[in-house]
Design a protein around this ligand. Structure first.
Ligand code: SAM
Length: 349
């Protein structure tokens, strides 16, 4: 997923830094601001137990699937209930997951909150009417299948995660959901198609939370605490509001041209609140190593970061050049490359 602040392309740098600082005794990593889950997934791939968390529910869904599920579910209830329908999608490869995903992508289309509010039917052009109806149909089916015990909790999150990723692929936006394009772009005209998830490693007891980081921090313990908070005023709740609503499917009150819902305002995006929030987080952390992604253009100054990390040990900085996220190609930025910082502290106090 194309996500603001995603560390997907920085995974080699994060892993390399981790290898420099670890002593071999580390088993548990906490990805406290998990977003797409890219970092937690990478550590899971390395065999560590992962605790992931994010304030946004769509992120919780992605992480519930990628972090907690170890192998593709069997979907035996669904296979039994819809044997004939699913069999229609059998190919030479005969892969049950591919068949179930094709079936889920092609349910009889239905209208619902997504179609009524985020397609041309509701005078918003986030999705074509057809894709919005496919998403509504699956979203409604998922709730019914879950409540009737046709799918397990794992199966529910597997399909919902695949839906969130697929619907993002056909979104008619420049990148985030702060606005939609007036004309449908080519990728938005493609049919919504669920894809299998790439799952790594069988690691038991991974856990995923949907809490404010400052609330969770006192309740967990890890060997490595990886922190990737937002670094500017752009609230994820506003930028990804449509995904939040599709993930929670809670028919919220919405307003304005973009159909925005009320959202949780992160203190990490507020100049007046961020220092206090970050200091509380660092003081409360129960961990051996703290790794923080934060560059030199954030609301927290590098001096603040250094002072606060010094509360727990002697901070070090690892650096790497990094290409900037382009939210919209028409906006001119001063430079296209920025330095990515990984701040590190071995906790001794
Ligand atoms: C820079 S992004 C993380 C990106 C992630 N590392 C990745 O690779 O996808 C920051 C994330 O922090 C989350 N967030 C913001 N404030 C938060 C808070 N107070 N508690 C927990 N998560 C928060 C946002 O929803 C967002 O997903």
């Amino acid at each position: 997923m194309n996500y603001i602040g995603s560390k997907h392309t920085l995974l080699p740098f994060i892993e390399q830094t981790y290898r420099q600082i670890c002593d071999g005794s580390e088993n548990v990593v906490c990805d406290l601001f998990a977003g797409t889950g890219a970092v937690g997934r990478h550590f899971k791939r390395l065999g560590l137990r992962v605790i992931a968390n994010d304030l946004q529910y769509y992120s919780y869904v992605l992480n519930k699937a990628y972090i907690e599920i170890n192998e593709p579910p069997a979907f035996s209830g669904l296979q039994k209930e819809y044997a004939r329908e699913i069999a229609q999608y059998r190919t030479l490869i005969a892969d049950p997951i591919i068949e179930v995903l094709a079936f889920a992508s092609n349910l009889t289309r239905a209208t619902g909150f997504i179609t009524q509010n985020y397609s041309p039917i509701g005078s918003r052009f986030y999705y074509t009417e057809e894709n919005a109806e496919r998403a509504d149909a699956l979203r409604q089916a998922l709730e019914i299948w879950k409540s009737q015990g046709i799918i397990s909790s794992e199966e529910y999150f597997y399909l919902l995660c695949s839906l969130i990723e697929a619907i993002d692929q056909v979104a008619n936006t420049a990148s985030v959901y702060g606005a939609f394009l007036k004309k449908f772009k080519a990728s938005a005209l493609k049919p919504l198609t669920l894809k299998p998830l790439t799952l790594y490693n069988h690691v038991t007891n991974c856990q995923v939370f949907n809490l404010d980081a400052n609330e969770l921090i006192g309740q967990i313990e890890s060997d490595i605490l990886y922190l990737d908070p937002p670094y500017n005023h752009r609230q994820y709740g506003a930028n990804y509001h449509v995904l939040e609503t599709i993930a929670s499917y809670d028919s919220p009150e919405i307003y304005g041209i973009t159909g925005l819902r009320d959202y949780m305002r992160s203190r990490y995006c507020q100049p007046k609140a961020v220092v206090e929030a970050f200091e509380h987080l660092i003081r409360t952390a129960r961990t051996k190593h703290i790794l923080l992604s934060y560059n030199d253009e954030g609301l927290l100054s590098l001096e603040d970061v250094h002072r606060i990390l010094s509360l727990r040990g002697e901070p070090r900085i690892f650096m790497q050049p990094y290409s900037r996220f382009k939210a919209d190609s028409e906006r001119a930025y001063k430079r296209d490359e920025t330095i990515e910082y990984l701040h590190y502290v071995r906790v001794v106090r």
